[in-house]
Write a protein that binds this ligand. Structure first.
Ligand SMILES: *Cc1c(COP(=O)(O)O)cnc(C)c1O
Length: 437
């Protein structure tokens, strides 16, 4: 490379990175290659990926089975228009997802990422009621929920605290208090009762105008890895069903084993009306998402006229390469090895967090399946707390990619991570609690 032409030089000249204050952030690290849970930078330094590269990598980076499936598909059919045409990888993927999802979640609509999967769910819910001759304009969500960065998804996640710059652009979504809980929380039942009472009074007033409630089941991700109990979701679903309000599970993060079950809805024993899946869908190889709905939703769009059809689609709908990657990832998920790893990771999280809970700077230790989190007791809290970037830097200097959400430190590793690697991460978190918090 000629001087001035290095990756970092060209990056500085041309790139604009996501969720980044370009003026004050340190320059990005150029990654040359990745394998398993290890990222290798151009300068030869290595980083252990403990956040699955923004929660997408499932089985490890560059997994050979998925890489081979994509290569085979690329030589045969890379892309074809999905209106008026179909193809084997999309059909097989839809068939397998429908078999794995509970109840009659059988109808699969493809899009490209988590945000568009959420847009599709919101638009389907709105039009479902319209097609049935009812006006239901209200949407319901939880405080702290995050559903993506497009305008509808931002509206649903307005109380996540990320979107103040866009508040003038968003449509109204009403929010309920979220009963987050953690190890040793003795007020959880009180919080759940308060949340359900708030839901009851909301539905008393607005039930017949409410199209749908959207939520991240069991774990609110970007909002701070805030966890709730399965029994709460069951009680909530029962109330919504009584009113006919549709229930949308945004499992963009929780899908594909993160919660220790293939989907959070299976762990919670709740069948939502619509479910959004993306991040782990292709094993972390390619952008792809699905919104899967129950049959009664699909049927409300069937008519002689186009007016009741779902007028929505993306250029790359059901991209065959993404579908081939997803099928290869499902093969790995359905083997014996992966679910065993979920249990082992969860057991290690519980052991290390129980010990860490005794640390005077650690609060609210929590685990759901393969996801573990804790709060560091710092002066400032929340996503924008200054301690966040300091912690990130502290971990990077130790070769660990851990990206705290403000004062919330979490681990969400690919399933190929070893116990020894996780122990390294916990040792570093303990040191951070001593030195940084
Ligand atoms: C990441 C995320 C999204 C948005 O997905 P993108 O692929 O980033 O658009 C939506 N919902 C949840 C729960 C997420 O974690």
């Amino acid at each position: 490379m000629t001087p001035g032409n290095e990756t970092s030089d060209l990056d500085r000249r041309h790139l604009w990175h996501p969720f980044t204050q370009e003026k004050t952030s340190p320059p990005p690290i150029a990654i040359r290659e990745a394998r398993g849970a290890v990222l290798t930078a151009e300068d030869g330094r290595q980083y252990l990926d403990l956040i699955s590269s923004w929660w997408v990598t499932l089985h490890g980076h560059a997994h050979p089975a998925i890489a081979a499936a994509i290569a085979r598909q690329a030589e045969r059919l890379e892309q074809v228009i999905f209106a008026g045409f179909t193809h084997r990888p999309a059909v097989e993927l839809a068939h397998r997802l429908a078999a794995l999802l509970p109840g009659d979640l059988d109808r699969v609509f493809f899009s490209d990422d988590g945000s568009t999967a959420v847009e599709v769910a919101l638009k389907l819910s709105h039009q479902y009621w319209r097609n049935r001759g009812q006006v239901r304009r209200r949407f319901l969500a939880f405080d702290g929920g995050y559903h993506g960065d497009t305008v509808g998804a931002m509206s649903a996640g307005a109380r996540s605290g990320f979107f103040d710059a866009f508040s003038g652009l968003l449509f109204q979504v009403d929010c309920l208090p979220y009963p987050e809980t953690w190890q040793g929380d003795d007020a959880v039942e009180e919080k759940e009762a308060a949340a359900l009472a708030a839901l009851d009074s909301y539905l008393d007033e607005h039930g017949p105008e409410t199209a749908a409630m959207i939520l991240e089941p069991l774990i609110q991700g970007a909002g701070g890895m805030r966890m709730c109990r399965p029994e709460f979701l069951r009680a909530l679903a029962k109330r919504l069903r009584q009113d006919g309000t549709l229930l949308i599970f945004d499992e963009v993060m929780t899908g594909f084993g993160r919660t220790g079950a293939l989907f959070a809805c299976l762990k919670a024993k709740v069948t939502p009306d619509l479910i959004c899946l993306s991040k782990g869908l292709t094993g972390g190889f390619l952008p792809l998402s699905v919104t899967v709905c129950r049959n009664h939703i699909y049927e409300a769009f069937l008519d002689e006229s186009f007016g009741k059809a779902f007028a929505h689609g993306h250029s790359y709908t059901a991209n065959p390469l993404g579908c081939a990657a997803a099928l290869a990832s499902l093969d790995l998920l359905e083997g014996e090895e992966t679910p065993r790893r979920w249990s082992e990771i969860e057991a290690l999280h519980r052991r290390r967090l129980t010990a860490l809970s005794a640390h005077p700077k650690v609060a609210r230790a929590r685990v759901t399946g393969t996801v573990a989190a804790l709060d560091l007791k710092t002066d400032e809290t929340g996503y924008f707390a200054a301690v966040g970037p300091r912690l990130k830097d502290f971990f990077l200097r130790r070769g660990l990619l851990i990206r705290p959400l403000g004062n919330v430190v979490y681990l969400l590793a690919p399933y190929c991570i070893t116990n020894a690697e996780l122990d390294l991460a916990y040792d570093a978190i303990e040191t951070a609690a001593d030195e940084i918090a």
